[in-house]
Design a protein around this ligand. Structure first.
Ligand code: NDP
Length: 444
């Protein structure tokens, strides 16, 4: 057994029943092998053994009263994976599927993603197995307040800075920050990001993950001689990341022909209208099938994979393991040229291998969806300076950051003889910065 395989086995043994965490560890560790071969120092200092063990894992009870006056109990999590290059930072996910393994894989990935931004932010993730779907505004508020009543003691602008993720948008961040401010008796705006504009939020934060994904994909396809103009794009999901990916794809000249939610997908050969889908999903919080009320010629499909639709560019922006081996094969057969991962770990390891071996350009989540957290760090900078930057200023900074991330991933791949493999390139570039900091600190 190789050294890397031993570490993967150790991670599996120490964290049983956490398949998503195993998958993330395997994906990263196998791709950084070339760096370890040239750098024995990482092996001697046991950097990998340390990285598979989060610095801290917190699990807590969240009790709240629903609208019927009945007590409800959920489980809350915060995994503080690494503070090697900055305070812990990463989103909160409210979704019934949340468990420790899912939060651990997200926190692990976040460490390398945050490193890639070039900014001083460590990696963390949190959330709860709470299902916001169908809950009243009052119930959402009560849940958020109870969640923060425990979490507040573990976070702070120099300790750990949570943000949004699935099920946590501006409304939830408002309730969470309101409770934080109340119980800590301090207006420490830099403790949460994704805030509303009237209390310390940043312009362009809401758009940042989706816009950043398209900036990265655009750089990547340009480098390989393509452009976004006239490309047929399929996007899974219709939440925050999916919506703003759709908006930027259209602005760059592409045609978005399909989008989904957890019930089904809509297909519109004429191109999905952004304003309509935005109103249905972000403002009215309704199901995607409503789109047909506005565009009756569009088609709504349930129980079928969106990846069977013929497209040039596929953007998985919903949840993990969305594209499996069969989906990857369908994309290849239909002539897809690029996959851009807006969601975290949306492609299985087998599907990644198949896509890469068929020379499909793959923009990995760690690099391609880092625009959200990078803009969160810009929000923190504005909070520290007590200033607000314009939309254009933040958006231009985001564009520069995404171009840098692409270049770093490209250079790391090419330096290690892996031309066109941005999955390995991003992992190597993200790992090196964190590992060097860990070595500088000695035995911590
Ligand atoms: P949202 O909660 O806003 O949206 C999630 C979307 O995914 C919804 O449209 C949801 O549909 C859909 N979805 C959930 N499960 C399924 C399913 N089984 N099949 C099809 N669609 C499904 O989350 P975000 O947009 O914020 O996050 C999406 C992904 O992007 C996640 O992986 C997240 O970790 C990642 N990400 C998010 C960032 C951010 O800034 N928000 C930053 C970096 C990564 P429904 O409404 O039916 O549940």
């Amino acid at each position: 057994m190789t050294y890397i395989q031993q570490i993967i086995e150790e991670a599996k043994f120490k964290n049983p029943n956490e398949p998503e965490f195993h998958q993330a560890v395997e994906e990263i560790l196998t791709s950084i092998e070339p760096v370890l071969q040239n750098n024995q120092m990482y092996i001697k200092s046991k950097v990998l053994e340390r990285l598979i063990e989060p610095e801290r894992q917190i699990m807590f009870r969240v009790t709240w009263l629903d609208d019927n006056g009945e007590l409800q109990i959920n489980r809350g999590f915060r995994v503080q994976h690494s503070s090697a290059i900055g305070p812990f930072k990463g989103g909160l996910r409210f979704h019934p599927s949340v468990n420790l393994g899912i939060i651990k894989f997200l926190a692990f990935e976040q460490t390398f993603k945050n490193s890639l931004t070039g900014l001083s932010i460590g990696g963390a993730k949190g959330g709860a197995d709470f299902n916001p779907k169908g809950k009243s505004d009052m119930e959402i508020m009560k849940f958020c307040q109870s969640f923060m009543t425990e979490l507040y003691r573990h976070i702070g602008q120099f300790i750990d800075i949570p943000a949004g993720d699935m099920g946590v948008g501006e409304r939830e961040i408002g309730y969470l920050y309101g409770q934080y401010k109340r119980i800590s008796n301090s207006f420490e705006a830099g403790t949460l990001t994704g805030k509303g504009l009237s209390y310390g939020g940043s312009l362009a934060r809401k758009e940042a993950t989706g816009f950043g994904l398209l900036y990265f994909v655009n750089e990547m396809i340009k480098y390989h001689g393509h452009s976004m103009e006239g490309k047929r794009v399929v996007i899974s999901g219709s939440g925050n990341v999916a919506l703003y990916s759709c908006k930027k794809a259209i602005e760059l000249g592409a045609k978005v022909i399909a989008m989904s939610d957890s019930n089904g997908y809509i297909y519109d050969e004429n191109g999905i209208d952004f304003n309509t889908i935005h109103t249905i999903k972000e403002i009215q919080r309704k199901r995607i099938s409503e789109y047909l009320n506005y565009f009756p010629k569009a088609v709504y499909v349930e129980d079928k994979s969106i990846w069977n639709i013929k497209c040039d560019i596929a953007l998985p922006c919903a949840m993990q393991n969305d594209i499996d081996l069969a989906d990857a094969q369908a994309l290849i057969d239909n002539g897809c040229i690029a996959v851009g991962e807006g969601a975290n770990m949306p492609t299985t390891n087998e599907a990644i291998k198949l896509l890469l071996s068929n020379k499909i350009l793959l923009a990995p989540a760690k690099a391609a969806n880092a625009g959200g957290v990078a803009t969160s760090a810009l929000e923190m900078a504005q909070n520290s300076a007590r200033l607000s930057w314009s939309f254009e200023f933040v958006d231009n900074k985001l564009k520069d950051i995404m171009a840098n991330i692409f270049n770093e991933s490209k250079q790391a791949a090419e330096k290690n003889g892996l031309y066109g493999n941005y999955v390995a390139g991003a992992n190597i570039a993200g790992f090196t910065r964190v590992a060097n900091a860990m070595i500088a600190y000695g035995a911590v």
